[in-house]
Ligand binder design. Structure first.
Ligand code: ATP
Ligand code: MG
Length: 250
């Protein structure tokens, strides 16, 4: 039997009478990198927010392991949150704080570490994203790609078991986008995380994806490997990927 880390059953969520997720069923397997595709507005961010527990579904069940998210008490929910890391769409660093202070933030909130232990962890984590020299810089002194790396460092600094990325490469040039994607996959291997990555970026998806799903009209219309998705005969999918066709073995 597959090792499900997250199992979603009949998840529905709508706003103002319009269904965004409609009886959606899916699983995330332990250790995999799952890429979520879908047109803008198809509910990708809503899906992530429901899984993280930031948004309450209208109906349906979300299990983390064998525990149902909606039935967790606040202690269990806190523990689950501590096991997860997020890189949100457009996630900003705190502009008035240095890189060190930005990275210290989740450690102060989620761990019992003292200042010395925090500093050590911050230095080690900055090394993982190759930005040790940025530790005392302010976000305004960094390039967009560097800010993404720091955002990534902040997201992984608490050693999450599950990482959620919402458009991690949006707004970056293709080379930086590739670098960030490669960094994500390297961290993934090193830290043995399970990752759910929402992206429009095929370069990113090609590097990261073990499995891809495609959201449309509130449900999953594709579940499988990326090469088959991008090479699909389905007119809608063909159109979606027509600008940048991916061939298997590419
Ligand atoms: N808090 C909210 N209140 C009302 N409507 C919302 C809320 N959050 C999302 N929506 C609506 O749900 C739909 C899906 O939004 P979502 O942000 O999940 O799209 P998305 O697939 O992530 O799009 P994009 O690729 O542009 O980020 C949109 O129509 C959006 O307006
Ligand atoms: Mg979104």
């Amino acid at each position: 039997m597959a090792d499900n880390l997250i199992t979603i059953e009949n998840l529905s969520k709508g706003f103002n009478g319009k269904m965004i997720l409609n009886n959606l069923n899916m699983s995330v397997f332990r250790g995999e990198n799952l890429v979520v595709f879908g047109k803008s507005g198809s509910g990708k961010s809503v899906l992530l927010k429901c899984i993280i527990g930031l948004m309450k579904p209208d109906s349906g069940k979300i299990y983390v392991g064998d525990r149902e998210l909606q039935k967790m008490n606040s202690d269990e929910l806190n523990t689950f949150r501590k096991r997860t890391g997020f890189l949100f769409q457009g996630a900003a660093l705190y502009d008035s704080m240095s890189v060190r202070e930005n990275l210290a933030f989740p450690l102060i909130r989620n761990t019992e570490m003292n200042k010395q232990e925090r500093d050590k962890k911050i230095i080690n984590t900055l090394d993982l994203v190759s930005l040790g020299e940025a530790i005392d810089k302010m976000p305004s002194e960094l390039s967009g790609g560097m800010r993404k790396r720091i955002g990534l460092a902040r997201a992984i600094i608490t050693d999450p078991e599950i990482m959620f990325y919402d458009e991690p490469t949006t707004g970056l040039d293709p080379i930086t986008s590739k670098e960030i994607s490669e960094l994500i996959i390297a961290l993934q291997h090193r830290l043995h995380m399970t990752s759910i990555v929402v992206t429009h970026d095929l370069i990113c998806a090609k590097i990261i994806s073990d499995r891809s799903i495609f959201l449309k009209d509130g449900d999953i219309i594709y579940n499988g490997i990326l090469a088959d998705l991008a090479g699909s005969d389905d007119p809608f999918l063909k159109n979606f990927f027509s600008d940048e066709p991916i061939k298997s073995g590419d």
